[in-house]
Every structure is written in structure tokens, then in C-alpha cells.
Design a protein around this ligand. Structure first.
Ligand code: SIN
Length: 536
């Protein structure tokens, strides 16, 4: 048994920021499935939205976030996040993050992205997440209190007899044995679940582990139907859905059909800089109507010098595939990018399972509503890491909960042989892409339900009978996520933000979060707001 004050699961911006703060007050076990750097944060290109310019205001950032969120954001949470942003950015800079400045000046070079009325995106070239991740990781060794466990895959949370979360069962990937981590505070910072879909901008680790574990532990899961598809991933079978940042459109890139025609003006007065749901749907509509497989992103109006300076990483990646952005248009398609839903949390990061926090993409904090505004995700990660840290201090002087002898550990014992379930893995991801994608319909949802019910049953059965491996853990989790997306999508009888059902093409005048809970079998009861927080 590995005992610490804090157990942090996940090593992106949210998990690392939390761990660096928590280590000043207690011992931290930081576990991550692969290496510390393997997270969605490390791949984030665009930047962090934050009001820093005199001509910009908090209110404008709030309004842009609310408009993008299509009526489902929690306004109070958005206001708090936007106002706390400058302090959190200052902390990142103090840790060593270098955001790009304007030439010969101390002013930040602010980027523009879809849905933003002003330039307010702080960036580090076009590798913002990579820079932040590197700096956070470099700070970890400064804290003796943090023990890093790389190649450790969390399987399930452990609850004591009162239902309080007190740790997790974790697979040691290398030794192939299962270890128990015991803690007073458990923080899920596992990112999202892009790998539930066939095409995604996410890294391989994005298999919804945090959301799936929290669901199995009895936490409320909210708004899983709102899966954001990034409009512009590189269309190339070898590029593994490399992202072409929205910042490229912010600097003037135009979307064109194969015949060169511009089309976004038909869909929004904001054209290429409309919120992501609108741009991704427009591309999908055009591709289906023309039976084509990609559209082009054209930034050839800018000089090579500008492109190389502003987008060095994207420029060199495109060159690897023989695309010279300065003279060639870039073939792009939408791909699954971000989960606006997740583990329902309060403003301090608490879930409704005692001592369990969720932060960053794993959570549903209310700030993204039905569609996240570009570059608000890294911001959410740092803001909620800070809030959760401050709140968790209240739990530190308590005793560790008792983990019962043999507490379900037999379920996991001596099954440590790696097995791959390639067929089911592929099938779920294809199914999600085809039936739970950009355009949904009642028929597609019913088709998905038939297959997902069967697959989920089989996978859960294998999980108990066969060997535990990283593959089986991840497969079980993406199956769980696919089911949660499906059930939430079936509850929502309207189209809003990222959820579009052709059989209900309009927005209802009154709406609320969809909430699923493993202990409540009737999904219809999920479509209500719950007031059951405030424990401890
Ligand atoms: C991008 O650079 O386009 C992605 C940034 C984000 O998802 O907010």
C-alpha cells in the first residue's frame, strides 16, 4: 500500500499545477499512465485565453464564452474563471513559462481564435501547451514531497464503507501487478476521451479514465453529449490527426472547398472565426454534400516569413508531408478534440463523492456549456487546480480512511497478463465516429445503442474474467464513455452547441445539464439539476 496525503491521477496542466501547489502542504503521489509529458496539454497549440490588453475587458471574455456555450454555461463560474485568469497566468510566468511577446516590446503577442471578439490568447509560438507542460514538469523535482509514478495506470477508485473515496487500484505497467494507493484527497486530472472516436486530435492516453472511474464510483457525470470536434486536423493517414491550430484561422487563413471556393460565409457572419461547432458542422455538411473527404485551409496570403515565425511547428510538420504552407493549401478534416462534459463538480472542484476532486477536461465545471470557447481549456485547468488545492486543505488534518482488508482487491489479484482487444477497440471507435459524431439522429442513436449495449456487456465480462492490462483498462473505459455519450445524447431532445440531432434541429427555450449516475437507473431522471453537494 502506497500512502500519501494526495493522490493526483494525470499529468497535464491541471494535475501538475495541483501537485506543485499541494506539495507545499503534504505528500503527493502523482501517477501517470505513460511518461509525464504524455498528455493533451503537451499537444495544445493555440494558447490560454486571458484578458491582458487595456482595450479588452473581463465582460467581453465572459460574453464570448457564454455565446460559444450556447446558453448552457454557468455564468457565475465563467465570471470567476475569467477574473482569476490573470493571477493564474502570473503564476505560470513565475514558474518559468515564456509567452511570446511582440517584437521589441514587453507586451504579449495576443492571438485571435474562433468565437473571440478580441485578441486575447497568450501563446508560446504555436506550441503553448508544450511550453507549459515542460515548465511544470521541470518544477516537479524541486519538491521532495512529490513522488512521480510513471507507467502506472489507474484502474478504479476505492471507497470506504461510508462511501468516502480513499484511494485507487493502480496497475504498475512494467511489473504488471496491481498496487493500492491510499490518500486523504484524490484528484482526477486525467483529461478527456478523444480516443473513443476513430479520428481525434488527442494523444493515445486520452481514454476517459477519470470520467469512467468516477462514474463507476457513483459520481454524477454531466453533459457527455457535448463532444467538441476541432474543425481543422491535418488530413493525412500518417499524421495521426495532427492539429492545425485555430490560431491559423485567427491570422487570416480561409477554408476552401476542393474547387477553391470559400464557403464559411454561407454559415456564419463570423466566417472562419465562428465558434467551433458551427465551423465543424459547416465542413461536415459540405463534405457530405460533395462526397469529398477533406477541405483546404489556405494561409498562402501571408508571407513565408510571417508563417515561419508565427507557426514554426505547424510549418515544419506540414513540410514533413510535402505541404509548404506558404504556397500550398493544407488538406484538413474535423476530428474529436475536447469533452465539454465530464465529472460534475462544484466551484471548488469537488465531486459528489467525498474526498474526490476532478479538474480540467475530466470535469464538468459549467464554464464550457454546450461548446467550449477556444483556448479556455488550459485556463480552466489552472483555475480549477488552484481552487481544488485551496479547498482540499480542509481535508489534510483528517486521518486516512481505513481501506478494508481485501477490499475488492481479489477482483484484480493475479490477473496480470497483457491481452489486446483490437477488434472491440476498433469497433467502438468506428461506432462513435459514425453514430455519435457531428450530426446525430434518433436512428443513428438507436443503432449505436444496440451495438454499444452488446459490446459493453462483453467487455465488462472479459474485464472480470480475463487478464488486466493497460489495453483492457483503456478498452473498458472507452466503452463506458461511448455509453455515457450515447445516453446523454438520447436524453437531450434538442440541438444545442456541439450536440446536433437532425430529428430535433431547434434549441428548446428551457434547458439544463444532462446528468447520469450509476446508482440511478432511469436516465430520464438525469435531465434535472441536482442540489446534493456541500458535504464535508
Ligand atoms: C487550437 O490551437 O486550435 C486548439 C486550442 C484549443 O483547443 O483551445
Amino acid at each position: 500500500m502506497i500512502k500519501s496525503d494526495y493522490l493526483v491521477i494525470g499529468s497535464g496542466i491541471a494535475g501538475l499545477s495541483f501537485a506543485l501547489k499541494a506539495a507545499k502542504k503534504g505528500t503527493v503521489s502523482l501517477i501517470t499512465k505513460r511518461k509525464l509529458f504524455d498528455s493533451s496539454t503537451g499537444r495544445a497549440q493555440g494558447g490560454v485565453a486571458c484578458v491582458t490588453d487595456n482595450l479588452d475587458t473581463f465582460n467581453e471574455h465572459v460574453q464570448d464564452t457564454l455565446i460559444s456555450g450556447a446558453g448552457l454555461c454557468d455564468k457565475e463560474m465563467v465570471e470567476k474563471m475569467v477574473k482569476e485568469a490573470p493571477d493564474r497566468i502570473k503564476e505560470l510566468i513565475e514558474l518559468g513559462v515564456k509567452f511570446t511577446k511582440k517584437d521589441d516590446s514587453h507586451d504579449f503577442d495576443l492571438g485571435l481564435e474562433g468565437g473571440h471578439g478580441k485578441r486575447r490568447v497568450l501563446h508560446a509560438g504555436d506550441v503553448t501547451g508544450g511550453e507549459i507542460e515542460k515548465v511544470l514538469i521541470n518544477n516537479v523535482p524541486k519538491f521532495k514531497n512529490i513522488t512521480v509514478y510513471e507507467e502506472y495506470t489507474a484502474i478504479d477508485l476505492i471507497l470506504d464503507s461510508r462511501g468516502v473515496c480513499c484511494g485507487a487500484y493502480v496497475l504498475n505497467n512494467d511489473k504488471e501487478n496491481i498496487e493500492i494507493f491510499q490518500s486523504k484527497v484524490i484528484v482526477l486530472a486525467c483529461g478527456g476521451s478523444g480516443k473513443t472516436y476513430l479520428y481525434t486530435s488527442n494523444p493515445d492516453v486520452a481514454t476517459g479514465d477519470g470520467i469512467a472511474m468516477a462514474y463507476r464510483a457513483g459520481a454524477d457525470i454531466a453533459n457527455m453529449e457535448f463532444v467538441q470536434f476541432h474543425p481543422t486536423c491535418l488530413y493525412n493517414s500518417e499524421a495521426k490527426s495532427f492539429l492545425i491550430s485555430e490560431a491559423v484561422r485567427g491570422e487570416g487563413a480561409i477554408l476552401r472547398l476542393k474547387n477553391g471556393e470559400r464557403f464559411m460565409d454561407k454559415y456564419s457572419s463570423q466566417k472562419e472565426l465562428a465558434p467551433r461547432d458551427i465551423v465543424a458542422r459547416a465542413i461536415d455538411t459540405e463534405l457530405k454534400a460533395r462526397r469529398e473527404s477533406f477541405v483546404y485551409l489556405d494561409i498562402t496570403s501571408k508571407s513565408r516569413d510571417f508563417i515561419v515565425r508565427r507557426f514554426p511547428n505547424i510549418y515544419s510538420k506540414c513540410l514533413e508531408y510535402a505541404i509548404d504552407m506558404a504556397k500550398d493549401m493544407i488538406p484538413v478534416i474535423p476530428a474529436a478534440h475536447f469533452f465539454c462534459g465530464g465529472v460534475k463538480i462544484e466551484e471548488n472542484g469537488r465531486t459528489d463523492v467525498k474526498n474526490l476532486y476532478a479538474i480540467g477536461e475530466t470535469s464538468c465545471s459549467g464554464v464550457h456549456g454546450a461548446n467550449r470557447l477556444a483556448s479556455n481549456s488550459l485556463l480552466e485547468g489552472i483555475v480549477y487546480a488552484d481552487r481544488a488545492y485551496k479547498d482540499s486543505l480542509k481535508l489534510l488534518d483528517r486521518q486516512h480512511s481505513k481501506i478494508e482488508e481485501n477490499a475488492d482487491n481479489t477482483l484484480y489479484a493475479s490477473r496480470n497478463h497483457a491481452t489486446a482487444y483490437m477488434h472491440e477497440w476498433e469497433e467502438i471507435r468506428r461506432l462513435a465516429w459514425s453514430y455519435l459524431g457531428i450530426y446525430r439522429s434518433n436512428e443513428k442513436l438507436l443503432k449505436a445503442k444496440k451495438r454499444i449495449d452488446v459490446l459493453k456487456n462483453e467487455i465488462d465480462k472479459y474485464f472480470v474474467q480475463a487478464s488486466i492490462s493497460v489495453d483492457s483498462i483503456e478498452l473498458r473505459n472507452i466503452a463506458c464513455i461511448a455509453e455515457l455519450i450515447l445516453r446523454s445524447a438520447m436524453i437531450r431532445k434538442e440541438s444545442r452547441g456541439l450536440h446536433f440531432n437532425v430529428d430535433y434541429p431547434f434549441m428548446l427555450t428551457e434547458t439544463c445539464d444532462t446528468i447520469l449516475n450509476i446508482n440511478i437507473k432511469e436516465d430520464v431522471c438525469g435531465f434535472v439539476s441536482k442540489e446534493k453537494y456541500g458535504h464535508n
